[in-house]
Design a protein around this ligand. Structure first.
Ligand code: C5P
Length: 229
């Protein structure tokens, strides 16, 4: 029998990765950022000059793209992103670019891409003891997860958080409405695609984070975990 799995799904910018990382830290579990894998592949597609809208060309790249990421025990309580490599090139920062973010939903909608990355994710989770975040973790990747969370926030709140993140990174800060539109567009693509669209699993618990601090969200999830396991 394997150790427990926590699945955290939800729309773009709801704070899944920050929360998942902190929950993993508190419970001594591994953290798996599945969005980073779709981003890494999208980075490679763009780097190769391949059209992200061409599923045949993208599928041909798959055998040449080895994605590696630290699904490590989170050592400290600072929400640092996972480190990611494509064919041994470090792409941790590059996969967060606006170009990758704009194309990732197109690549992630493709059948061959999902088949390949879901398989890799399930391998990471074979022994359990994992907190995984994404769009289809509770519905497709780990449908047997012991605890499923659907993390949400209003578009306005998510756009504001994104502005604050960019400010903290000293990066250019677009207008709120521009950020809100980018978020809406990615949610629309992710929830209307044919394969594994973003959906709340039937047995997932919705946690709406608008009025909560990160710490409060993390406390809720760790409390739910302790009740479940
Ligand atoms: O979580 P993050 O925003 O980094 O994910 C980037 C994109 O990767 C999502 O917008 C979605 O298109 C795709 N994704 C997915 N399934 C997952 C995780 C991410 O389709 N499990």
């Amino acid at each position: 029998s394997r150790a427990p799995i926590i699945a955290i799904d939800g729309p773009a910018g709801a704070g899944k990765s920050t929360v998942a990382r902190l929950v993993a830290h508190q419970l001594g579990l591994l953290y798996l950022d599945t969005g980073a894998m779709y981003r890494a592949l999208t980075w490679y597609v763009l780097e190769q000059g391949t059209d992200p809208q061409d599923p045949v060309a993208v599928a041909e790249l798959l055998p040449h793209c080895q994605i590696r990421l630290t699904a490590q025990v989170v050592q400290d309580d600072q929400p640092q992103p996972s480190e990611v490599w494509v064919n041994d090139r470090p792409v941790t920062q590059a996969i967060r670019s606006a170009e990758v973010t704009a194309q990732v939903s197109t690549v992630a909608a493709q059948a061959a891409v999902r088949q390949r990355l879901v398989q890799q994710q399930q391998q990471y989770g074979q022994q359990g003891g994992v907190v995984a975040d994404g769009r289809d973790i509770g519905t497709q990747v780990f449908p047997q997860a012991e605890l499923k969370i659907f993390l949400t926030a209003s578009v306005a709140e998510r756009a504001q958080r994104r502005q604050r993140d960019l400010q903290a990174l000293e990066q250019p800060v677009p207008e709120l409405e521009v950020l809100a539109e980018t978020i809406r567009e990615r949610d629309r693509k992710d929830s209307t695609r044919a394969i594994s669209p973003l959906r709340q699993a039937k047995d997932a618990i919705e946690v709406s984070t608008d009025a909560l601090t990160i710490e409060q969200v993390v406390d809720q999830i760790t409390a739910l975990y302790r009740q479940t396991v």
